[in-house]
Design a protein around this ligand. Structure first.
Ligand SMILES: [Zn+2]
Ligand SMILES: [Zn+2]
Length: 173
């Protein structure tokens, strides 16, 4: 996805607003494939400060994640905000002279700014790596592996006798 900043660059002091949708391909995050079925919604303000273009964006999207306790998939909405500064290559020297750290900017050369990397980064940062389907998720039984959210298993009976519980703890150490 590209943004044409020709008009914005000619308008110091002004802010432009964009509402966009973008379909993104599946991403692989730590060996898990994350599919984002519907297009992402991107709301973006671009402010021309004179020498810099300041992008303030808000990205939302729906996906499915696997719960790390019970391993079931569940719907997840991510919601991520970003602020990024862009400097045209011709303004870089002037900005550096003002004492600003130019490492903090993205430098662009044409009037078409590519947003793909920012979008991908937002997804990576907006999706938790270790997530649970609900605070009350019971997870899987450590003994038989059954999903305790929907089922009861016989293993729990081991804990009925408190003396056995102490012994059990001893052996678990
Ligand atoms: Zn769960
Ligand atoms: Zn069990």
């Amino acid at each position: 996805m590209f943004i044409d900043v020709t008009e914005i660059r000619m308008s110091p002091g002004r802010t432009f607003h964009f509402d966009m949708e973008e379909q993104v391909p599946p991403l692989t995050i730590e060996n898990d494939e994350v599919n984002i079925e519907k297009p992402l919604k991107i709301s973006l303000d671009i402010r021309n400060t004179g020498k810099l273009l300041v992008f303030s964006g808000h990205i939302t999207g729906d996906t499915e994640l696997a719960c790390c306790r019970c391993l079931e998939t569940y719907p997840f909405r991510f919601d991520y905000e970003f602020d990024e500064e862009f400097c045209h290559v011709s303004d870089l020297a002037a900005v550096a002279e003002e004492g600003q750290n130019t490492d903090e900017f993205h430098v662009f050369e044409t009037n078409r700014i590519k947003l793909d990397d920012i979008i991908t980064e937002s997804i990576l940062l907006g999706i938790p790596m270790k997530s649970i389907c609900s605070e009350n998720c019971q997870g899987l039984c450590a003994t038989c592996g059954i999903n305790l959210n929907n089922n009861k298993c016989q293993c729990e009976k081991n804990d009925i006798d408190p003396r056995m519980g102490v012994l059990k703890k001893f052996f678990e150490q």
